[in-house]
Design a protein. Structure first.
Lengths: 525, 182
């Protein structure tokens, strides 16, 4: 299309072409694209693993895979989806959008940016290679609890080193994002004028810096317990396996907010555009996000109510957990108030954003149920937990990522995506995601435990529904891939503003934006 | 560019290093917290418990069951068993029992017992006055020994607890013998 023109425009820049361009790039837009494509590839790999799980669970009995492989599927599915899909996708969105939104030329540390991306393909190659090793892949659950996880075969050190790599990549990405937001804002872009996507990412980046090193420490202790004779988690040597759970969830709970806070930012950007009203309660949104992040450090033990804690501990963690519902409720009510009496239109990003609010709230409510200590003893490690965290992660985080891609894709590519197909994608995804995960609430409450390849006969019907839903959801995502590809290759041209109600610095640039944008800082009113 | 981002980056990297240190600092913190509260069946606060136990403690009317369990670490080729697997005891009264250890290898070894009490709420109330777990135990090849245990259960043991389990795991400290283990 306009490659000749583009080459002419940028002739003063050194531009390697072909594959080498992507390996050596330090441009935030290129790196954002790389992150997003990595997330897309890993999404289909992790999705294929989910379909292996759902195929086995289609009916009771053991029919397709052996239990060890089944367990390694649940473990790898989680690791791939968390570290390979949601986190890289959000980092990709941050790379594309944060410099555009704060009026910076690029990220603050472009070479570090290149490195933090290029670690990831190696980390995931290593993680996925464990499936072909003696003893199979990791099968003790993504939470890696000892002593079970220490029985992993040759795969264990590879899993641990790949987690180290993912952690390093996230930490470097987070440092870069904070450095960009703190140092590179355009003149007049005060902190309290920043778009909420930037705010939520700033807070997420601080969470990443605080907890990824703790995970690294915890898995390193596993490594030394297994290979170097330490006894951090070995009771016979004076250690305690429960301590691993404390260390893991001290990382793990802030981690689940790392997976959701940027979604809040995405939804807070999209709703005002399609409601044609400013966001309701901007400053309360900022404070609510900060409160959620702060509280995330003092609730970790609600993941382990059943290990045997003193009553005072259980009460503290129960009430602290329920307290999080307050700032989260502030956000949900602010979103509803933003839409209230707005001139709403329902383009695909708006549909995904509204779907996010409704279904994330369902997941939030089941989270509140799990926070109740006496009830949690019944729900713990059941399919109810699986239903809960899939509701907050799939129609939560994943829907927000898709909303963001539909919202900004016309800006990135200069082309509108096919709107009718986008709506098809939304409705198919929404129907099938509910068909997959809603029945899991019922089987969970009825007592079906998670992470098992076989189950009692009374759970058969709901499991069959869930498997049908999972295949429907999985194949609907091929439509998403198709839409992204055709939009990149062409389509109806987008204006600079793209959406009628869109406001913010990124919409003042041409669509697609020039390779180097904001070379002179924009003026912020 | 208003300010150099490098300084921000270096400060943030320092925070990361601190947090990595914090994850290891959690290990002694966790142990300290367990000792303080007697959670996780830790009994290493015994000396303090003994020092603060009132001399005037009386013997309770009720009886509780105390079960003994003895295990070895997977790399420890000794046979260990308690003399009695179960005792009916009255809280507040001092009792004595022995454990048997036999080194079935052809070499001299040193073992160390690590105690644990279940349920964990009972841990601070099980007071060991004399225990083989206080020191390491050397045994020649083929030698066997009777190891004494003198203990009492405090009468402040919660009423809800009717059965306690005292478990020992032996592991091989031949290479580091002489060092006291937690």
């Amino acid at each position: 299309m306009s490659e000749i023109a583009a080459a002419h425009d940028d002739h003063h820049d050194y531009h390697p072409s072909g594959l080498w361009r992507w390996v050596t790039t330090t441009n935030h837009k290129d790196i954002g694209t790389l992150y997003l494509w990595l997330a897309m590839i890993m999404f289909f790999i992790g999705g294929a693993m989910a379909l292996v799980i759902r195929t086995e669970l289609f009916s009771p009995g053991l029919q397709f895979v052996d239990p060890q492989f089944f367990n390694s599927m649940t473990t790898l599915h989680a690791l791939v989806m968390i570290f390979g899909v949601v986190m890289p996708a959000f980092t990709g969105l941050a790379n594309w959008q944060i410099p555009l939104m704060v009026g910076a030329t690029d990220m603050a540390l472009p070479r570090l940016n290149n490195w933090s991306f290029w670690i990831l393909p190696f980390a995931f190659a290593m993680l996925l290679s464990t499936m072909f090793m003696d003893g199979g892949g990791p099968a003790g659950g993504w939470t890696l609890y000892p002593p079970l996880t220490l029985q992993t075969g040759n795969a264990l050190p590879f899993v641990i080193f790949s987690i180290h790599f993912m952690g390093m990549s996230s930490i470097m990405g987070a440092i870069n994002i904070i450095a960009t937001i703190v140092n590179m804002r355009a003149p007049g872009m005060h902190m309290m004028k920043m778009p909420l996507f930037v705010w939520t990412w700033l807070i997420t980046a601080f969470l990443l810096i605080a907890v990824m090193p703790v995970l690294a420490g915890g898995v390193t202790m596993l490594l030394t317990d297994k290979f170097f004779g330490t006894s951090f988690f070995n009771a016979a040597g004076g250690g305690d396996p429960v301590m691993f759970q404390h260390i893991f969830w001290f990382f793990g709970h802030p981690e689940v907010y790392i997976l959701i806070l940027p979604s809040f930012g995405v939804v807070s950007s999209i709703l005002p555009t399609f409601s044609r009203k400013p966001l309701f309660g901007y400053s309360s949104m900022v404070y609510a996000t900060a409160s959620i992040a702060f509280l995330s450090f003092v609730v970790w033990a609600h993941h382990m109510f059943t290990v045997g804690m003193p009553l005072a501990g259980e009460l503290f963690f129960m009430f602290a957990t329920m307290l999080i519902a307050v700032p989260t409720g502030v956000k949900v009510f602010n979103w509803v108030a933003t839409m209230w009496r707005g001139s709403m239109t329902f383009e695909t990003p708006m549909l995904f954003a509204i779907g996010f609010i409704i279904m994330f709230t369902i997941g939030g409510f089941s989270g509140l149920m799990l926070a109740i200590v006496p009830a949690d003893f019944q729900y713990h490690d059941s399919y109810f937990v699986v239903a809960h965290f899939h509701y907050v992660l799939v129609p939560g985080s994943i829907f927000a990522i898709m909303a963001a891609v539909y919202y900004w894709l016309p800006k990135w590519t200069g082309n509108h995506y096919p709107e009718r197909l986008g709506k098809w994608h939304f409705w198919l995804s929404t129907i099938f995601v509910n068909l997959t995960f809603f029945p899991m609430h019922f089987v969970g409450l009825a007592g079906m435990p998670r992470r098992i390849p076989d189950y009692a006969l009374q759970f058969a019907d709901y499991n069959m529904l869930a498997s049908v839903g999972a295949f429907g959801f999985g194949f609907a995502q091929l439509l998403f891939l198709y839409i992204v590809v055709v939009t990149i290759r062409g389509g109806e041209k987008a204006t600079d503003q793209v959406w009628e109600g869109a406001e913010g610095l990124e919409w003042t640039l041409p669509s697609p934006p020039p390779y180097h944008s904001f070379t002179t800082p924009p003026v912020v009113r | 560019m208003k300010r150099p981002p490098r300084r921000t980056a270096i400060r943030l990297a320092a925070v990361c290093v601190l947090m990595l240190g914090f994850s290891y600092a959690l290990v002694p913190l966790y142990d300290a917290l367990c000792d303080l509260t007697g959670l996780s069946g830790s009994t290493s606060n015994l000396t303090q418990a003994m020092a603060t136990a009132p001399e005037t403690e009386t013997v309770a009317e009720r009886q509780v069951t105390l079960q003994f369990v003895a295990n070895v670490d997977h790399s420890m080729p000794w046979d260990i068993r308690p003399d009695q697997f179960e005792m009916k005891i009255r809280p507040g009264q001092t009792y004595q029992t022995v454990f048997h250890a036999y080194n079935r290898t052809a070499r001299a070894m040193t073992g160390q017992a690590v105690p644990s009490v279940a349920p964990q709420m009972a841990a601070p109330h099980l007071i060991k006055q004399e225990c083989f777990c206080f020191t390491s135990q050397p045994l020649d090849a083929g030698e066997s020994v009777e190891m004494p245990l003198i203990f009492k259960v405090s009468e402040r043991l919660p009423e809800t607890i009717g059965t306690l389990t005292l478990s020992y795991t032996f592991f091989d400290v031949s290479q580091t013998s002489g060092t006291q283990s937690g």
